[in-house]
Design a protein around this ligand. Structure first.
Ligand SMILES: [Zn+2]
Length: 84
């Protein structure tokens, strides 16, 4: 991790404005979901990408009944034997 060369103050509501240059560089647009991660004393912001509920993959994830599932797990599910 390296400093981005920016110091911002937290406002009364706990908000921090991300500099436009960083938003542009990391393609964060208005309304985009951002996930807040913590690591030791660090707070990390990451563009939110849904993960598969079964394997945690972020590749080819689609939504089904408000859950996220990847293409691989979807294929595997289609091969589960059905009991009548
Ligand atoms: Zn999966």
């Amino acid at each position: 991790m390296k400093p981005a060369g920016v110091v911002r103050k937290v406002d009364q509501l706990g908000r921090i404005v991300l500099p436009k240059s960083l938003r542009k560089r990391y393609q964060m647009n208005e309304g985009d979901p951002v996930e807040i991660l913590v690591q030791g004393d660090h707070i990390i912001l990451e563009r939110y990408r849904p993960k598969c509920v079964f394997c945690g993959s972020m590749d080819a994830v689609s939504e089904f009944k408000e859950r996220h599932i990847c293409a691989q797990c979807m294929t595997e599910m289609n091969h589960i034997p059905r009991h009548a």
